[in-house]
Structures are given as structure tokens and as C-alpha cells.
Design a protein. Sequence first.
Length: 158
Amino acid sequence: MKVVLTFEEIEEAATIGVRRRVMALKRRRPAFHGYQNGKKDGSLPPFELDIQSSCAEKAVSKALNQEWIGMIAEDLKTVPCDVAPNVQVRWTPRPDGRLIVHHDAKETDLYVLVTGEVPEFNVIGSISGKDAKNEKFWWDGARSPAYFIPQSSLSPIV
């Protein structure tokens, strides 16, 4: 499902992304799951990652017509979800990217894969945390071992 954000939606989500990155810097919060905070390992720069990810969350909330949480937290484990009531958004700039779910993910949440870049996103599909934690999706060849769910195994977003 293609979702195009308005300029107002981009501004709102990008502001949250910047505030999240500044909070991480202020708190000297370490990167999660092996992320190296830069392009040295092929990753996106941290500000770009946080802005694009926040905008992807906003795109999912628009697609589902659900509340975007848009939360900024000192401790990320206190954030209940990205989109109410229990949706976790995973964004990648790769059109053929996989949805990544880590071993500590909530099994009761719904995980949604989004591709694209501001302002145009593609909400690819979803899977429950429980179904994502299938051994056939496990891959330990990444910088942080996780479940890498191919797009063909995701259910469409209605």
C-alpha cells in the first residue's frame, strides 16, 4: 500500500525523529542490535535513520487510520508501540528489504514492514511477533542475529 505524507505530516514526524536522536545523544544511549551510528558498516547516518523511521511510523498510522504514538523516551523499553494499539514499525530504504524482528520482541505486537523514503512510503505487510519468531526466519549472519522475515511471508495491510 502506497502512502504519501503531506508536508505537515513530514514536519511533525521529522521533528520527533530529530528529538529522538538528540535525546539519544544527551543520554549517551548506546546503539541497539549492533548498529554502528554511521556509514562505515553500510548503515544510514543516525539522524537520517531516526527521521525516516519516524516518518515511516506516521505513514503506517495514516494507512491504518490509527493513532501515531510519536513518543520520545529516555528508555526505549518504556515505549509501548509505534502506532496504537500494538503496532511496531520497521523501516528500510531497501525495496526488497526484510522485516527484522529481534529475540526480545513482544509476541503480542504486530510488526509492519515499510520501504521507501520521505515523502512516499510503501507499507508492505505485517506479521505477529509470535509468528515472526519462527526458526525458519532466524539468521545469525547479520551484525545482530535476528528473525529476518521476507516480504512474501507478510500479510497485507488492509
